[in-house]
Design a protein around this ligand. Structure first.
Ligand code: BGC
Length: 872
């Protein structure tokens, strides 16, 4: 028995955290079944010896089965302090030894930065030219440890002695800069040497002052400021206990870098002829800069954006027009790394696009985003280029200029994403569904670029709130998404208006004073989703005020306090029922959608208040929810159970959120099924109905219709996109029309993950893995259907890996599951298979199901196929 995967604040051995009482988690590994932790013991120490008397914290044996969210409560920690920690557990079936030693290290707690903000003194011809700031330093010895703390207004790339310091791309990341800015901490011991060292930091406009958002509302540039600046501090420690600190101050030097243009949307221009080779003394000076805004500088809490993959182009196409276009075979996010040999002044010019239309390169759908890379050679041997402060969403790259013959091997696709752990797996007997799942994961990776974006390619790449909430549960099945969303939710609360209005996008660069239901509901849906998947009470507690403000905002908005029938609504965005007629907002009445979502948010507020023990709010918002429900029924439901609008989304929302009186559920479900069958299982819901419709069908007796909807290959449908060659999820069900033409170039992204939310149904219903309480106790209620021969999948939780699989054979069905240590699961099988198990298994009968209690371990159950009818 072992304790493994020790994490601190969800990270492995993090440095530079500024959470005073960081939280720990670990997993238990054992060959034995039914393991439950009975006690844990954590020790924290200043060094690896864990000398009893000098410990910072020794919990002794604490009786609990909790193995995550355990808060450090030892001696108070100070800035930059490093802490070694280890854990052991006693379980019902044996005791572990102490784990291997893990580590965490503090950043700035109550300590001020010693340096100043500095900016370049060079006069640039154009605003988006990138300065480079340099400092030569002399170290008296070889350091035994060294850290660089660094942040910037704009984005930075930092080098020590020509070694890249930050693997993070677009650091310091995008936050609500007026409120808080992240710094990064890097271990730079191995880069520093005794004697002369050069530090060089290049700065780019990034989200801070480059183009971001739309023309209206004050223009897309200089959203947060008009000057890029740097703040850094290096501390080198020597063997004799002395240390040397280097900070940003007016002794630094500056110059123009070779990046002569850089912008998130437009791309990058790089002129290798001006790579800075000037003598240090010839460089221009820097200025001390006082940022206009007051913001906190905070430690990074989520993995940065990194290179996560490299792919080769599959083909060099010569189009009928004679263009040279590289096909990377996959709609990806990142850039192309390219090598070439030529003369000084020769150019490489690349344009990025997602699709080919009529066999030609197409990028009209990038709208105003130029998405270009221009490299100018210096003419010295083989030169390799890649951009620094931008990214592209693309599958095809048009090579407009290249010196000499184009060799496909000189091009590599560099894939970037926020570097969270992906562990979700889904496979089934239908290859098209497998491809769909792959596309969904690519969609997540491409749209997790420091913030959750709507799309990664055109002139948006914004934290649209609906897109985020719609996909949140799917993202948590696919990957450890908790700290990624934690960061974003802080910004949501920062950027929420004083009256509770949640902006369309977070961080809010659109600055519209309007909101919309299903968009603003991200304020309640995302924190509660994180609670279900990770039991993170701290996030819930921190967000609670924002959640409540959102519900109160709606309450004040409508004509009455229980009906939201005023103002602008995006409504069931891009639903196919309303599209083509007059609108992109779908045919479901907007007051219905707004009031249903209002109800849902209020119920999530109640659940959160329950978790947090806010009893007065539980009563208050339960009462509000009850009254919203009455209003909903009065306004939108007939006595016979029909729902206004008669759309898939209208019925879906009413049933999914439990808005109907019991007597109407059956009629409403039948009506929904009727609508679905009338469309021959084509899905006509938009952003609002799509995440729920398959759940509603499966959970109310029409599982087979949900499967048929998934497997429908006609437009609109998930597999229609797969058949049309999609490698990610499209913004519109019919971004490409059945004849291969494009459905509008104005608003048409081929990497928009919202409809990828069907993966939640694959995990939660097909495999039946249902989160609650961070998965310490959970249900596995698979709903197999013979339309698929088998399905299997897995997710990694904070306790370990959960697996669920089923296979339908000629005469039997086998269900197999793995339950991690220190958790228990209830496995739901159809009641009718009871006869196959005779007295071999202990179970309970609950609502027509056979419920088997399982402790940790691997299990397999086989029962007769004739029971298949019970699965429908
Ligand atoms: C974005 C969306 C977003 C929407 C609002 C679009 O331009 O790409 O996904 O939610 O605007 O309707």
């Amino acid at each position: 028995m072992k304790c493994i995967k020790l994490k601190c604040e969800y990270q492995t051995n993090p440095i530079g955290i500024d959470v005073k009482n960081p939280r720990f988690s670990w997993q238990i590994e054992s060959e034995k079944q039914n393991i439950i932790q009975e006690t844990y013991r954590i020790q924290c120490s200043n060094n690896k010896t864990f000398e009893e008397k000098k410990l910072l914290w020794d919990t002794g044996f604490v009786s609990t089965n909790n193995s995550n969210q355990i808060e450090y409560k030892g001696r108070e920690l100070s800035s930059f302090q490093g802490v070694y920690w280890r854990v052991m557990v006693e379980t019902n079936r044996g005791v572990s030894a102490f784990s291997e030693i893990a580590y965490f290290e503090m950043g700035f707690l109550d300590t001020e930065w010693l340096g100043n903000w500095i900016t370049s003194d060079v006069k640039f011809q154009a605003k988006d030219q990138c300065p480079i700031l340099k400092k030569n330093i002399y170290l008296t010895d070889t350091p035994v440890s060294a850290r660089m703390y660094i942040t910037s207004l704009g984005v930075y790339e930092s080098e020590i002695n020509s070694n890249k310091v930050n693997q993070d791309i677009l650091a310091p990341g995008w936050t609500s800069y007026n409120n808080h800015l992240q710094y990064q901490t890097y271990d730079v011991k191995d880069m520093l040497v005794k004697g002369e060292n050069t530090i060089a930091v290049t700065l780019g406009s990034g989200w801070y002052m480059g183009k971001i958002g739309f023309e209206k509302h004050g223009g897309p540039e200089n959203r947060y400021g008009d000057t890029v600046a740097l703040l850094a501090q290096i501390e080198a420690k020597y063997a004799d206990g002395q240390s040397q600190i280097i900070v940003t101050d007016d002794s630094w030097k500056s110059d123009q870098s070779a990046i002569i243009f850089s912008g998130i949307y437009d791309g990058e221009h790089y002129d290798a002829r001006i790579e800075s080779s000037k003598n240090y003394d010839e460089l221009a000076s820097v200025k001390i800069y006082e940022p206009e805004n007051q913001f906190d500088i905070v430690g990074q809490i989520t993995p940065g954006v990194r290179v996560i993959d490299t792919i080769k182009p599959v083909e060099l196409i010569t189009t009928p027009n004679g263009d040279k276009v590289l096909d990377f075979g996959q709609n990806m996010v990142g850039w192309v790394k390219v090598s070439a040999q030529g003369n000084a002044g020769d150019e490489i010019y690349l344009k990025h696009g997602e699709i080919m239309l009529d066999n030609e390169f197409y990028n009209v759908n990038m709208r105003s985003a130029k998405t270009e890379a221009l490299y100018i050679l210096k003419g010295e041997g083989i030169e390799t280029f890649e951009p620094h402060f931008t990214f592209f969403g693309f599958r095809y790259v048009k090579i407009e200029k290249y010196p000499g013959d184009i060799d496909i091997n000189q091009f590599k696709g560099i894939v970037i994403s926020s570097d969270i752990e992906y562990s979700g797996m889904f496979k089934c007997s239908n290859e098209k569904v497998n491809k769909l799942y792959e596309n969904i994961v690519w969609g997540q990776k491409g749209n997790f670029v420091d913030i959750p974006t709507d799309c990664p390619q055109r002139d948006e790449r914004l934290g649209w709130t609906a897109d985020t909430q719609v996909f949140a549960a799917t993202a948590c099945y696919n990957a450890m998404s908790v700290s990624f969303y934690d960061k974003w939710l802080k910004d949501l609360a920062f950027d929420q208006l004083p009256n509770g209005c949640v902006p369309f996008v977070v961080p809010d660069v659109v600055r519209d004073s309007r909101t919309s239901s299903a968009w603003g509901d991200a304020a309640t849906i995302v924190p509660y989703t994180l609670y279900r998947f990770y039991k993170d009470k701290k996030i819930l507690e921190r967000q609670y005020h924002s959640m409540k403000k959102w519900v109160e905002y709606i309450r004040a908005e409508g004509e009455t306090e229980t009906l939201w029938n005023t103002g602008f609504q995006f409504n069931d965005w891009l639903a196919k029922d309303g599209y083509g007629l007059t609108t992109m907002h779908g045919a479901t009445p907007k007051d219905l959608v707004a009031t249903a979502m209002f109800y849902y948010s209020t119920t999530l507020l109640v659940k959160s208040a329950q978790v947090l023990g806010y009893t007065e709010d539980v009563a208050k918002y339960n009462n509000l929810a009850e009254r919203i429900k009455q209003t909903f029924n009065y306004e939108f439901v007939t006595k016979a159970g029909r729902i206004s609008g008669e759309t898939q989304t209208a019925y879906t929302l009413a049933i999914q959120f439990n808005l109907l009186d019991d007597k109407n559920i059956e009629v409403a479900t039948k009506q929904l099924v009727e609508l679905v069958r009338r469309e021959e299982h084509r899905i006509t819901t938009g952003f609002v109905g799509t995440p729920y419709i398959a759940h509603v069908l499966s959970n109310n007796g029409y599982n087979e219709d949900a499967y048929r909807m998934l497997l429908n290959e006609e437009c609109p449908g998930w597999l229609y996109q797969v058949n049309m060659g999609a490698t990610t999820i499209w913004e519109r069900w019919d971004s490409l029309l059945p004849d291969g033409s494009i459905n509008s170039g104005r608003m048409n992204s081929f990497n928009h993950y919202a409809y990828g939310s069907i993966a939640q149904w694959l995990f939660e219903v097909v495999l039946g893995i249902t989160p609650d309480n961070g998965f310490q106790t959970f249900n596995i209620a698979p709903k197999p259907n013979p339309l698929l021969g088998f399905a299997r999948g897995a997710i990694d939780t904070l306790y370990g890996r959960i697996q669920s699989a089923w296979e339908i054979n000629e005469e039997t069905i086998t269900v197999s599951v793995s339950i991690p240590c220190n958790t228990t699961a209830k496995l739901y099988l159809p009641e009718v298979c009871q006869q196959d198990f005779k007295d071999t298994i202990q179970f309970e009968n609950v609502d027509g199901a056979l419920v088997i209690m399982l402790g940790s371990g691997n299990y397999s159950f086989t029962y007769s196929n004739k029971d298949i009818k019970a699965l429908k």
